[in-house]
Design a protein around this ligand. Sequence first.
Ligand SMILES: [Zn+2]
Length: 412
Amino acid sequence: MKALVIVGDGIADRPIPELNGKTPLEVANIPNMNKLAQMGISGLMDPVAPGIRAGSDIAHLSIFGYDPFEVYTGRGPIEAIGAGIELRQNDVAFRCNFATADNNFNLLDRTAGFIREGNEELAQALNKLQLESAKGVQLIFKVSADYRAALVLRGRGLSPKVADCYPRTGEPIKEIRPINRTKTAYKTARILNEFLKKSHEMLKAHPINQARIQEGKLPANVILIRGGGKLSKNMESFSKKYGLTGACIAGCGLIKGVFKLMGFDVIEVPGATGYIDTDVDAKGQAAVEALKNHDFAIIHVEGSDEVSHEGMLEAKIKIIERIDSMIGKILDQINLEETYVVILSDHTTPISVKDHTADPVPITICGPEVRKDGVQAFNENTVVLGGLNRIRGSDFMPILLDLMGRAKKFGA
Ligand SMILES: [Zn+2]
C-alpha cells in the first residue's frame, strides 16, 4: 500500500459575508475533492491541538508524526535547509524576506511586490557585502523561493537569541536587539544590524532595483530578518520511524526544509518553484512519478496561503480550483485500490484575519477499505459529520499507518 497526501496550504477559512456566510471551499468548483470526500472518510483536524495557532512548519511536523515541542528549533534553520544550504551544527540561521522600505525606512511591502526575477542577482550581491562587525564570521545568503530567502551566520560566538525584524506594513523597520544579555547575542545583533544597513544602501542603488522602479514595480531594497535558530539535534528520519520511503513535491523553501529534515527525497519540479504562478499540474505529475519508487508522497501547494495572507478572496478560490483540477489528473493515473489519497489543509488562514488561526481543518482519507461516511463535499462544514470526527495532527499518521496495514499491535 502506498499513500499520497495533498496539502493545500491555508485553504481552510471561516464564513465570509461576501460569500453569504460560506467559505472559499464551499463556493469553489471542486468536483474531485468532493468525489474523494464521497468515497472516503472525513473529519476535522487540529493540526497541533485545539486553540494552537500553528505556523506551517510546526503544522507539518505535527501532522507527519513529529512532536514540534521536541524537535522544533526555529524557522530559520528550516528555511536555510529548504534553500539548499548545508547547515552545520553551530550555524545560526534566519529566514528573510526581500521587502520594500520607503524613504523613511518604514515597511512599504513585505514581499517587494512578490519579486520573482532578479532575486538571484541581488542575493549574489548580498553575499559580497563586507561587514566590519563580522570578522571571522561567514555570511551565506540564499534565495529559497520568490521573495523568501535564508541568511546563515557561520563562525564562533554567535547566538540565535535576537529579536525579529518584521514590522507591520507602514511601521518603522527597527534595529535588531539581543533578547538576552549574552555576548554572543550582542555580537549577532551587531552583525545583523550592519547587514541590514549596508544591504539597504547597496540594494537601493542596485541596477535591478533601479530597473524595477522604472517599470513601476516595487524595489527589493531591504532584507527583513527573523526566525533565528540552530539545527535540531538527532531527528529520527521518516523512513526509520515508519519504514516508508518518502518523496516531497513543494515549491516553498520552508516546506522543502521541513521534509528534508524528515529525510524525504525533495523532488524539484521545473515551473513549480514559485508561489502564486506555480505549475500545480506539473507537481501532480511529479507525485505520480514519485509514487512509482516511493511508498509515500506529499504534494504541497503554497499559493492558497499566500493569497489568504493578502486577503485576496477571488485568487484563493481560483487556487483551490487549480488544486482540484490537479487532483483530477492524478486520480486518472493512480489506482485507488493500492493507494491512499489524503487531502488536508495544514492550518486555517481566514481571508478576514490574513493570518493563521487555530480553527480545525478539513481532512479526507480515501482508499481501500476505509469506512465510508455520508460526507458529500470537502469543506469545513460538511466534514464535521464524517467518520473521523475531530482528530489531532498527531493522530493522522497512526490512522493512516493502520489503514496501510503497517501499525504495530499494542498488547496480546
Ligand atoms: Zn501553512
